[in-house]
Design a protein around this ligand. Sequence first.
Ligand code: ADP
Ligand code: MG
Length: 274
Amino acid sequence: MTLTSDAVPRVAGSKESTGLTGEPPIIALSNIFKSYRMGGADVMAAQGISLTVAKGEFVAIMGASGSGKSTLMNIIGCLDVPTSGHYHLDGVNIRSLDDRAISRIRNRKIGFVFQGFNLIPRMSALQNVELPMAYAGIKPAERRQRAIVALSLVGLSERLEHFSSELSGGQQQRVAIARAIGTNPALILADEPTGNLDTKSSFELMTIFTNLHAYGRTIVMITHEHDVAQYASRVVELRDGMIISDHVQRAFAPASSRLGQSGTSMIDANSSGD
Ligand code: ADP
Ligand code: MG
């Protein structure tokens, strides 16, 4: 099975070239400021953040509580707009879009994985994975096929019809990853994905992220745990709404893999056609 980009039309927008390949970076944040009004005073949650993430990177964003991680995540995820500065997502200038266009681009370009899983309890694993594909306009038969492949990739082919409320935390988070990759997004954005998981489930989850990264997927993951960040290929550290360090590292490679050979086109960013 191949996943062509035909079912997920590209959103028109200005292109920003990165150079030789002519491909835009997945994320280009330029001098981003964000302030919140709190009891008559302005809280500066982002203070001049510039960050470029290329296709295929696996970036961990770290920082103490209050350092601005969620603020940055919300801006990258098009859930909030910066007070000033520019953001291009996969070549599209977010500032040029209205609310409807922003929610469309969010749905088509980003697969979210949240700390609290955010699955719908009285829906099966399959239905949960199909939901964002429905919003993206993918036809029912194609949705079903993609959802089955995605759930197999995360080792849940035996749990397709289970309600998410019948699954363990680790299994729920794997459904969330299947949901995130089902639309074949440009970016997987994860907010403390292991925050509610035990050590073993965290390891299984990071093994899945590692495999997605190996197949060329672009991942941005917020975490405050160093042993989770070691799976990333790059670590960006925030303090007081500013980037205080940004370094590339050799990503930790787990010994075992949950992902089988079938349906690798879904995780293979280079065969996805986008
Ligand atoms: P982190 O996720 O790293 O803990 P946040 O981005 O949530 O950091 O917060 C950064 C700063 O912005 C903190 O000082 C926080 O209190 C403030 N802040 C975040 N969201 C809001 C909000 N909606 N209203 C007011 N202040 C906020
Ligand atoms: Mg936070």
